[in-house]
Design a binder for this molecule. Structure first.
Ligand SMILES: Nc1ncnc2c1ncn2[C@@H]1O[C@H](COP(=O)(O)OP(=O)(O)O)[C@@H](O)[C@H]1O
Ligand SMILES: [Mg+2]
Length: 346
């Protein structure tokens, strides 16, 4: 079956449903991200004792690492309500009004992809975050007047795949910044086992580890691969996911032994084949691959960087020896020296 077919059928409705079905509801169910969980535990307990709203929190990290999960766990723990929206959905300040007027004392407003909120909306939200009030301009020109409206004390939770793209005044208004890291194989295997149980699918320990190893350090990807392996095992066998079945399922989905998918390999093939291993700019790579630049920098590159298939240098992205090894290609001698030194500036 073509990988495209799987991916297309997968997005975004099925992915959303799967995320919702498998998302932890309580802090104790969150696997990994120990330091983040500990800090959130502290502020939750303190806020409950003081009966104060939680301070504004910003989560950042690549897609699928648990930003929305944390944003939904926190109101559960506090027994408060949650409203969700996203940066691109807020095209003008007035779009925020229904959310702001629906707030209750201590309730949570979650803005996903907050780095994509227009500047005017951002400025509108500053006084809401700082003093729990908003300034609404009525009328136009010389007749314009501003009225100030008080809001209930609330908590803003922002999520972003790129904290670097957030303006610094916006960033500074979040009292807590939590950066989510890729997960270890053990943590992902634990997530796979728990979620297999939720799906009433038997899975062997070695199969869970195999899926975890091939999930790019990302729980959402582990869930998608578990889902596929479950269908595969049901169709081809008795439904129990064994190591052999997991391997066959992942091979068929064109996930390689390193866990990289077709898109990751295409990236490396383009960098090595077209740009001779770099250094090259992300825009040139994106144009050649016919993908949006954001897809490369937000989804593909973070994992390739972490696993050192590529490095960022002052002059652009460069393939490392590990990338050449993966593609089974020899490295040009000149490249080995200075091109693959990581940049001190990024
Ligand atoms: N720490 C975690 N423990 C268990 N499952 C997780 C964790 N983080 C993410 N997941 C799983 O991955 C899915 C995607 O996570 P999500 O919070 O939607 O990621 P993000 O918002 O960062 O893109 C969730 O539905 C959940 O099943
Ligand atoms: Mg999310």
């Amino acid at each position: 079956m073509a990988r495209e077919a799987i991916v297309q059928a997968d997005e975004p409705k099925e992915q959303k449903e799967r995320d919702a079905a498998l998302r932890p509801r309580w802090l104790t169910e969150v696997i990994g991200q120990k330091a983040v969980v500990q800090r959130l535990g502290i502020v939750l307990r303190a806020c409950k004792k003081l009966q104060e709203p939680l301070s504004h929190i910003l989560f950042d990290g690549p897609p699928g690492l648990g930003k929305t999960t944390f944003a939904t766990v926190l109101p559960n723990e506090l027994g408060t309500s949650l409203q969700m929206t996203s940066g691109p959905a807020l095209s003008k300040p007035a779009d925020l009004l229904p959310f702001l007027t629906n707030l209750e004392h201590g309730s949570i407003l979650f803005i996903d992809e907050i780095h994509r909120m227009p500047r005017a909306v951002e400025e509108f939200i500053y006084p809401a975050m700082e003093d729990f009030r908003i300034d609404i301009v009525l009328g136009e020109g010389v007749n314009a007047r501003t009225i100030s409206m008080r809001l209930k004390q609330f908590t803003l939770i922002g999520a972003t795949t790129r904290s670097g793209m957030l303006s610094s005044p916006m960033r500074d208004r979040f009292k807590m910044h939590e950066h989510l890291e890729f997960y270890t194989v053990e943590e992902l295997a634990q997530i796979v086992r728990i979620n297999a149980k939720k799906l009433q699918t038997p899975i062997t320990d070695d199969a869970a580890i195999e899926i975890a190893r091939r999930s790019r350090g990302t729980p959402r990807i582990a869930n998608a691969r578990l889902w596929w392996a479950r269908h595969f095992a049901t169709s081809e066998s008795d439904g129990c996911i064994t190591l052999d079945l997991a391997r066959e399922a992942l091979d068929m989905a064109e996930v390689d032994r390193e866990g990289l998918d077709k898109q990751d390999r295409r990236y490396l093939e383009t960098l090595v084949g077209v740009f001779e291993g770099g250094p090259t700019g992300v825009e040139a790579l994106a144009a050649t691959m016919n993908l949006p630049t954001d897809t490369l920098s937000d989804e593909i590159e973070p994992y390739l960087l972490r696993e050192q298939f590529i490095v960022r240098t002052p002059r652009g992205r460069t393939a490392t020896a590990r990338a050449y090894q993966l593609l089974g290609k020899p490295m040009r001698p000149a490249q080995r020296e200075d091109d693959t030194q990581p940049s001190l500036f990024e």
